[in-house]
Design a protein around this ligand. Structure first.
Ligand code: EPU
Length: 307
């Protein structure tokens, strides 16, 4: 029996629910393989739609059966050890990028930021340099209005293509989307793609900025370890990394979860970390920072799934 008291769905149930879906479907898929933290329990059904139309089908058919759909972007998320019930969608196969008139790029939600930035550099388009080294997908970066001190997603978003909860495509102009620090206030649904307004620039200068910035990140962040990027939001006028460092917590560990000794706002998975270890470490860090500096750190990391 499932925890809801309802009998667990059989393979036949899932085959009916996901009938006609052209993308890959994996049952009891470990979400470790879909998160940059390499942590997370299983998804009942993990679906990788092949295009936006396929995504619409998944959403519409899930709704007809009242099954929740969760999108795993994977880089800024901690999936708890019990995993996620229902359907988990990965946009990995939604990978189209194209240039449109007026220095506009359209990118599917599953395009990786590094790929998109490479594409912009090759066309001498400026505006995304701030994102050098951000490993997430375009969709993830839109949803969380990803940014660095050089800029943020909202500076370039022209419009967002969403699939609404009924499985219909809706295009939303940027003017209708309020953005705030690390959040785009979007209607319910899934970000399937985005139009970005860039500007013509000097190829060598764009490339130089990206390379320098990438180097800064390599020098200051633990990019070779599995992590979810920054764990806490920066409090106004300060840096969460500086505060955690000042509280003496670099290298602090719970199980295989460790506060990076390179950048204290990163937690790294030394190998076998569980979500419970990371959550215990987060509690420890927040308590120590509160005691040391009086600041209550807010999570940037999104925690999802069942314990
Ligand atoms: N610092 C320390 N100890 C540390 C880390 C930082 O003292 O362990 C100090 C640094 O010496 C520096 C200051 O804190 O004086 C700021 O550090 P940094 O330049 O690394 O920037 P940050 O504010 O910690 C922000 C973003 C990062 C982004 C970097 C670089 C947030 C929460 N963090 O970090 O974004 O990569 O700037 O632009 O906005 C992310 O969002 O996942 C992320 C990593």
């Amino acid at each position: 029996m499932a925890r809801t008291g309802r009998p667990a769905r059989t393979k036949q149930d899932w085959a009916r629910i996901l009938e006609g879906v052209r993308g890959t479907i994996t049952y009891q898929a470990s979400l470790q393989d879909y998160t940059s933290f390499r942590i997370g329990g299983p998804a009942d059904a993990l679906v990788e739609p092949v295009d936006v139309e396929d995504l619409c089908r998944v959403v519409a058919q899930a709704r007809a059966e009242r099954i929740p759909v969760f999108v795993v972007g994977g880089t800024n998320v901690l999936v708890r050890d019990g995993g996620i019930r229902g359907i988990v969608v990965s946009l990995r196969q939604l990978k189209t990028i194209r240039q449109e008139p007026g220095h506009v790029l359209y990118a599917d939600g599953g395009v990786g930021m590094p790929t998109l930035i490479g594409y912009a550099i090759r066309r001498s388009l400026s505006g995304l340099e701030w994102g050098a080294g951000i490993p997430g997908t375009v969709a993830g970066c839109v949803v969380m209005n990803a940014g660095t001190r050089l800029g943020e997603m909202k500076d370039s978003v022209k419009a967002v293509r969403m699939v609404d909860p009924r499985g219909r495509v809706v295009d939303i102009p940027a003017a209708d989307i309020p953005f705030s620090y690390r959040k785009a206030h979007l209607p319910r649904g899934i970000v399937a793609g985005v139009w970005l307004q860039l500007r013509p620039g000097a190829h060598d200068q764009i490339e130089r900025t990206v390379k320098d910035y990438l180097q800064y990140r390599k020098d200051t962040q633990p990019l070779t370890w599995p992590s979810a990027g920054c764990v806490f939001k920066n409090p106004p006028q300060d840096s969460a990394g500086r505060l955690v460092d000042a509280a003496g917590l670099k290298g602090a560990r719970v199980g295989d979860a460790q506060v990076s000794d390179k950048h204290a706002n990163f937690m790294v998975n030394l190998g076998q970390a569980r979500a419970a270890d990371v959550l215990a470490l987060i509690r420890k860090v927040r308590a120590a920072v509160k005691k040391q500096s009086g600041v209550t750190l807010e999570l940037e990391l999104k925690v999802v799934g069942q314990a």
